[in-house]
Ligand binder design. Structure first.
Ligand code: SAM
Ligand code: SF4
Length: 515
C-alpha cells in the first residue's frame, strides 16, 4: 500500500507527464497538440495556460505525440540533469519529424529562455522557441513556423501574469488544482537560474485569483495550492472595481480556536466591507498582501482547502501564520526550504538569513501552529562546503524535524552568481555521499514523524484510488501527509472528506481505517 516513493530525492512522479484535457473526438479540433512538462509545479501550471491559449485557436490535445501536429515540451533548467533529460527526449521526436515532416516541435519554458535562438541552431529539429512570458504569442509563432520562418519569442515581461486566461486543467484528478499567484523571482539566490529564466517578480490580480479559486470550487475541486517562487512577497494593489463579496452560504468562518492576530489582517467583516461597501469603492488601490489573499481564498468555502508554496524563510510573516490559524481550511503545512544549515554557506548562497534566524522561524511556526507540518529543500555540496558545513545541515534537519524534504546535489548553472564567483569545488563523489547522508536522515525523520501519528484521527480529502489497489482510497491530511485506507464498503467518493484513524505507517505513507 505504498503510494509514495521511499528514498525520494526529488518528486519525479510527474516529470514528462503528457496531457489530454479534451474529449477524444478527432473531428472536434482542426489540429492537435501534444504537451509534455518537466520541472517545478509552476511549469505544469504554465502548460495549463498554454493549453487554454491553443484551444482558443482550435487546437485539441492528444496524449500520443505520434498523432500531433504540434509537439511541445515545457522545460526546466534548474539542474543540468533536467536539461539533459529534455535533450534526450528531443532526439526521440526526431524520428517523428522524419516520418511526418509537417509536424512542428516547440520548446517552452526555462530552457527556451536560457538558450534562446541557440536551440534552433543546436537542435535542428526545433521549430519554435517560447519563453515563459511569451505564451500569448504561441499561435502567431506557430503560423510563422508553418511558413518556414524562425519562430522565437523569449521576451521577459515586467507585468505578464496571464491573469485573464482560464487554465485548462490538464490530467487533473478533479479534486486538487494549482493556481499561480505570481511569476518570476527577485531573490537572486546565487545557485539559482530562476531569476534569469523567469524574470522579475510580479503578482497577479487578486480578484482574478479569487475568482479562479471560486470557479474551481464550484466545478467540484476541493483543494487549491497557491503557487509562486516566493508566495510571501505577494503584493497587489487592487484597482477598482472591488472584489465580489464571498458567497454568503458557503463562506468559511474562523475556527473557534482562532487567535486574534498580532499584525492584524482584516477580520472577516473588514474584508467584506473592503469588498463591497460604497466606502471601499471610493477607496482606490486597496493593498492585498499574501496573508490577505489567503484569507480571501479561505473564505470561498470552508470545504475548499487552501495550500501554498513556496515560502522563503525571510519573508513568511506572523500575519500569515495567524491567518492560517484563523481558518480551519488553510492547511497546516509550510514548505520552508533551508538549502543549507551552515551560516557561512547560506551567506554564499545569498539566502539572506543565518542558521539561527532560520531556527527561530521554525520555533515561531511551532509556537503559533503547534501541529504544522514543515518540509524543506536541501542542497548537498554547494561551492566550498566543508564537512563541518555539511554537519550543520544534518543538524538543522534534526532541529527542524522536517516531515519531508526535496534533496539535491549542487549543479552549477551557467550565468548564476555562484558560477561567476565561486568554484564548483566539491568533488562529485563527496556530493553524492553527503546527499546520501541527507536522504538517510530525512527518511528516518519522516518515519519518526509518521510514527507519532499512530492512533490519531485525521480529516482526509480523498484524491482518488490508491496507486496499488482500487480497493483503497488515497488522500492527504492537513499536514500534506499521504494516507491510504480501505474503502470498506463506505459510500465515499473522490473529493469527499473522511475521518481516518492511523494504525500503521511507512516513512512515506500513513495507513488507516475510516472512523
Ligand atoms: N523558490 C523556491 C525557493 O526559494 O525555495 C524554489 C525554487 S527551485 C525551483 C526549487 C529548488 O531547487 C530550490 O529550493 C533548490 O533547493 C533547488 N535548486 C535550485 N537551483 C539549484 C542548483 N543549481 N543545484 C541544485 N539544486 C538547485
Ligand atoms: Fe531561486 Fe532563490 Fe528565487 Fe527560489 S527564491 S526561485 S531558489 S532565486
Amino acid at each position: 500500500m505504498l503510494d509514495f516513493l521511499p528514498d525520494k530525492v526529488h518528486d519525479e512522479s510527474r516529470q514528462g507527464e503528457a496531457f489530454a484535457p479534451f474529449v477524444n473526438d478527432a473531428q472536434q479540433y482542426r489540429r492537435r497538440f501534444y504537451i509534455e512538462s518537466y520541472g517545478c509545479q509552476m511549469n505544469f501550471s504554465d502548460s495549463e495556460i498554454v493549453a487554454s491559449i491553443l484551444s482558443e485557436q482550435g487546437f485539441g490535445a492528444t496524449r500520443d505525440y505520434r498523432e500531433a501536429d504540434l509537439v511541445l515540451i515545457n522545460t526546466c533548467s534548474i539542474r543540468e540533469k533536467a536539461e539533459q533529460t529534455v535533450r534526450k527526449r528531443l532526439t526521440e521526436f526526431k524520428t517523428l519529424k522524419q516520418n511526418r515532416p509537417g509536424v512542428l516541435v516547440g520548446v517552452l519554458g526555462c530552457m527556451a529562455e536560457r538558450l534562446k535562438t541557440k536551440f534552433l541552431e543546436e537542435e535542428q529539429l526545433v521549430d519554435i522557441v517560447v519563453g515563459p512570458d511569451a505564451y500569448r504569442s504561441l499561435p502567431a509563432l506557430v503560423g510563422a513556423a508553418e511558413t518556414g520562418q524562425r519562430a522565437v519569442n523569449v521576451l521577459l515581461s515586467r507585468d505578464e501574469t496571464y491573469a485573464d486566461i482560464s487554465p485548462v486543467r490538464l490530467d487533473s484528478n478533479g479534486v486538487t488544482a494549482f493556481v499561480s499567484i505570481m511569476r518570476g523571482c527577485n531573490n537572486m539566490c546565487s545557485f539559482c537560474v530562476v531569476p534569469f529564466t523567469r524574470g522579475r517578480e510580479r503578482s497577479r490580480d487578486a480578484a482574478s485569483i479569487v475568482n479562479e479559486c471560486r470557479q474551481l470550487f464550484e466545478s467540484g475541486f476541493r483543494e487549491v495550492t497557491l503557487l509562486g517562487q516566493n508566495v510571501d512577497s505577494y503584493y497587489y494593489i487592487q484597482p477598482q472595481p472591488p472584489l465580489a463579496p464571498p458567497t454568503g452560504k458557503n463562506s468559511a468562518q474562523p475556527s473557534p480556536g482562532g487567535h486574534p492576530e498580532k499584525n492584524s489582517s482584516p477580520s472577516t467583516s473588514e474584508v467584506s466591507e473592503w469588498d463591497s461597501s460604497p466606502l471601499a469603492e471610493s477607496r482606490m488601490g486597496a493593498a492585498v498582501t499574501f496573508a490577505k489573499l489567503l484569507e480571501l481564498v479561505a473564505q470561498i468555502s470552508c470545504d475548499l482547502r487552501v495550500r501554498f508554496s513556496t515560502s522563503h524563510p525571510k519573508d513568511i510573516t506572523d500575519d500569515v501564520l495567524h491567518t492560517m490559524n484563523k481558518y480551519e481550511n488553510i492547511c497546516r503545512y509550510i514548505h520552508l526550504p533551508v538549502q543549507s544549515g551552515s551560516t557561512r554557506v547560506l551567506q554564499l548562497m545569498n539566502r539572506t538569513y543565518t542558521r539561527e534566524w532560520y531556527k527561530a522561524k521554525v520555533d515561531r511556526i511551532r509556537d503559533v501552529i503547534p501541529d504544522c507540518g514543515i518540509s524543506s529543500d536541501l542542497i548537498a555540496g554547494f561551492c566550498t562546503e566543508t564537512e563541518e558545513d555539511h554537519e550543520d545541515t544534518l543538524d538543522i534537519m534534526r532541529y527542524s524535524n522536517y516531515d519531508m524534504s526535496y534533496m539535491f546535489m549542487y549543479s552549477e548553472r551557467p550565468g548564476t552568481l555562484a558560477q561567476r564567483r565561486y568554484a564548483d569545488d566539491v568533488p562529485e563523489e563527496i556530493k553524492k555521499r553527503r546527499l546520501t547522508e541527507i536522504v538517510g536522515l530525512q527518511n528516518r525523520l519522516s518515519l519518526e514523524s509518521n510514527q507519532k501519528d499512530l492512533g490519531k484521527t485525521f480529516r482526509v480529502l480523498i484524491e482518488g484510488d490508491s496507486k496499488r489497489s482500487s480497493a483503497d482510497w488515497m488522500g492527504r491530511n492537513t499536514q500534506n501527509k499521504v494516507i491510504v485506507f480501505p474503502k470498506d464498503g463506505y459510500n465515499f467518493k473522490k473529493g469527499d472528506y473522511a475521518n481516518v484513524k492511523v494504525n500503521d505507517c511507512t516513512q512515506a505513507t500513513l495507513l488507516g481505517h475510516i472512523e
